[in-house]
Design a protein around this ligand. Structure first.
Ligand code: HEM
Ligand SMILES: CC(C)=CCC/C(C)=C/CC/C(C)=C/COP(=O)(O)OP(=O)(O)O
Length: 328
């Protein structure tokens, strides 16, 4: 089903592509390094980088520390570049939302061309360096994730369908796979499972947030799930994805790819995630003046959850190595 929103229209896209976009201020202030840094969405990409690092550290095999550092740097720079391209494209949308209107473009601190060029330079630099230093398979996956976030999600899906973040969630799910392949050189089941875990985690992560900032999305015509399908349906879907996430995170343990340190952590972390999602998912009527506390808690916990889950993957690997060293 296709949703007809102003941002999905060809007129909107044509205006975006024009040389003088509506949001370019007449006399843009000179942007300093802090504005360029802000374009990379540093807070959000911390977790992207961390999951990439954990994928690299949990993979079987050895990688020279300099190459490991290079691979993670490429993930960071590529993610930052794609975030800059996202903001280049969405300057007018960001201008319309309280949460985003102080970003460098909508605030008039930077012109759009600089943001676009910065995004392209970072993205291209990251992919080429990855290819030369680590391998072209990893470079190709990095390029796919950059295009996925800055084009498939931002330009194509986000303005068109409430499934935008379900399908688009793939963009942020690649880094652990990239980290893993930097060590092993090829795709196996485990990096695919890590991809699927983040893929399944994204809807509850984002819809929890969308529930408490949904008025903003409605204002700028972005068809986020609560805006299109309503709160009730969004809440149910959060619960469904959280319920699917729990067994999925246990698959690496069931298959013997990880040990009990990861498995039991995934179980406990997942049960808490499911519990918080159930509170959000089963709420039907909201009391007057409700401040959406459970939704905010779920969003905050979703971030902590992924941090700890991936950290446990690494701890587990070193614990398993320790046990086998003791046994030999
Ligand atoms: C399509 C997928 C995703 C969407 C639409 C989404 C959306 C968002 C939004 C709108 C915020 C609020 C950020 C802000 O106010 O600037 C946020 C926060 C955050 N997201 Fe996501 N996200 C997605 C995927 C991911 C992924 C894959 C990760 C990491 C693996 C991630 C990590 C984070 C973190 C760490 C924050 C908190 C940032 C802070 O502390 O301000 N997100 N996300
Ligand atoms: C390795 C690599 C290239 C990874 C890139 C993927 C990446 C940066 C994923 C994070 C996804 C993200 C920040 C979504 C924000 O949604 P939004 O852009 O809709 O949020 P907004 O409303 O705050 O702009």
């Amino acid at each position: 089903m296709r949703f007809h929103f102003a941002y999905g229209s060809s007129a909107f896209i044509a205006r975006k592509m024009s040389a003088a976009p509506a949001t370019t201020p007449a006399f843009p202030l000179a942007a300093d390094w802090r504005d360029f840094f802000a374009l990379t969405k540093p807070r959000v990409i911390t977790l992207v980088i961390f999951t990439g690092l954990c994928g690299l550290l949990a993979a079987p095999g050895h990688i020279h520390p300099v190459l490991a550092f290079t691979a993670i740097l490429c993930i960071a720079v590529g993610a930052g570049g794609s975030a800059a391209l996202n903001q280049w494209w969405e300057a007018d949308i960001d201008a319309g939302m309280k949460r985003t209107r102080k970003r460098p473009l909508p605030d008039g601190r930077m012109d759009r061309t600089s943001a676009r060029d910065f995004g392209i330079a970072l993205s291209a630099g990251a992919v080429i360096t990855m290819g030369l230093a680590i391998g072209w398979l990893d470079a190709a996956i990095l390029a796919i994730s950059i295009v996925y976030y800055s084009w498939v999600y931002t330009i194509w899906l986000k303005p068109r369908t409430p499934q935008n973040i379900v399908i688009g969630g793939g963009a942020g799910a690649f880094p652990p796979m990239i980290g893993w392949i930097a060590v092993t050189g090829h795709i196996t089941l485990m990096p695919v499972l890590l991809f699927l875990i983040i893929f399944m985690w994204t809807p509850p992560h984002f819809w929890a947030l969308a529930l408490f900032v949904q008025t903003d999305y409605a204002k700028v015509g972005i068809p986020m799930m609560p805006v299109v399908a309503g709160e009730r349906s969004t809440r149910r879907q959060i619960l469904i994805y959280a319920a699917l996430l729990l067994p999925l995170t246990l698959v690496p343990w069931w298959l013997g790819k990880t040990g009990p340190v990861y498995g039991l952590s995934a179980l406990v972390l997942g049960l808490i995630f499911l519990g918080l999602s159930a509170v959000v998912g089963l709420r039907t009527s909201l009391p007057e003046g409700d401040r959406m506390k459970p939704e905010k808690q779920l969003f905050g916990y979703s971030i902590l959850y992924l941090f700890i889950l991936f950290a446990m993957l690494v701890v587990d690997r070193f614990a398993m190595q320790g046990f086998s060293a003791l046994g030999s």
